[in-house]
Design a protein around this ligand. Sequence first.
Ligand SMILES: Cc1ncc(COP(=O)(O)O)c(C=O)c1O
Length: 388
Amino acid sequence: MKQSSLSHLVQPFHVMELVKAADALQAEGKPVIHLSIGEPDFPMPEPVEQAFARAISAHKTRYTAALGLPELREAISQYYQTNFHVRVPAHQIVITSGASAALMYACLALINPGEEVLLADPGYPCNKTFVQMAGGTPAFVQTQEAENFQPAWTDLSSQWTPKTAGVLLASPNNPTGTQLSPRAMREIVDGVTARNGFVIVDEIYQSLCYDSPPQSVLQVTGAPNTQNPLVVINSFSKYFGMTGLRLGWMVVPDSLLPAIERFAQNLSICPNTPAQWAALACFTRETLAICEERRLIFKARRDFMVNALPKAGIELHSTPDSAFYIYAKSPYNSERYCKELLEQALVCAVPGKDFSEFRGEEMMRFSYANSMDRLETAIERIQFFNRS
Ligand SMILES: Cc1ncc(COP(=O)(O)O)c(C=O)c1O
């Protein structure tokens, strides 16, 4: 069958080959330790699980409004007020099928075919796909470890061309576990606004931070409007541990709402209904206490890994303070190293190729979304492998 050119343009994740090899080893009974996983290793918080079950029993399984349950939009608005002291009107909050759908809608609403979008490199591999789906061209902006792999406005402005439509960033970022400073955010939003562009900020790992309170670009700019051409994206996947429920949200300027609503109506009708009802339980004191407890567990693991990896022969050149990733220098070509580490030491970490156009072969990503005893064993294995 003849296929579309888009279907050839979309890249596979190179890491999937490695994960398949890891699965095959596990199927042979080999005790592989995964430092490759991009989701929390905890189940979803019990109050959310119970709320999900209640929603199903109460037959809350029909379509909702395309923009999401009004109650949930209101609860998120309240969450911004309580936790970030920023007023985001509920009508500017749109519930989506994960951050993934939010990224897709934002790109479809903002990019014209032939326009370029600046993407910080390294970054989340799917971002380039969202840009391409909208007919845009990703333009990668290399970031430096000395800057914690986050771009400054000068890095972005030096690559701005007449074709540039805007910028897509993540803070905290995947694969680096590092954040943009409020000052850098201010400068980026101001610089982009002066050039009539847009800024999409993906804050999916927002509350998983370990050295400072969680932050949002919205604290710097206020709610998006014509002066702040901003779309902010978030998700229930990571901090709230609900990856499989496929629920996220986006904060958009009023002017963009009708377009986003049309994309939502046409592309997904509405987000998962029982998941939306369950998500209302995320903002209770009980659930937030569970998520906080887990954040502290992630922090202890981060502390352990940041200390242990260099002793095991892995160099770190940045300070990860968020998400659950460490982006480190691979001892040699990262694809070969990760393959050999898996085959010989039964530790699955991922090469940088999926995340970076520039230094993917040099770099690799470790995820510490795994128990402390497994992390300890993984470090022992890495150390033994690097010394042998
Ligand atoms: C930076 C980033 N953005 C978006 C996503 C997609 O998340 P969701 O599960 O909310 O669709 C991920 C998933 O790993 C991610 O790392």
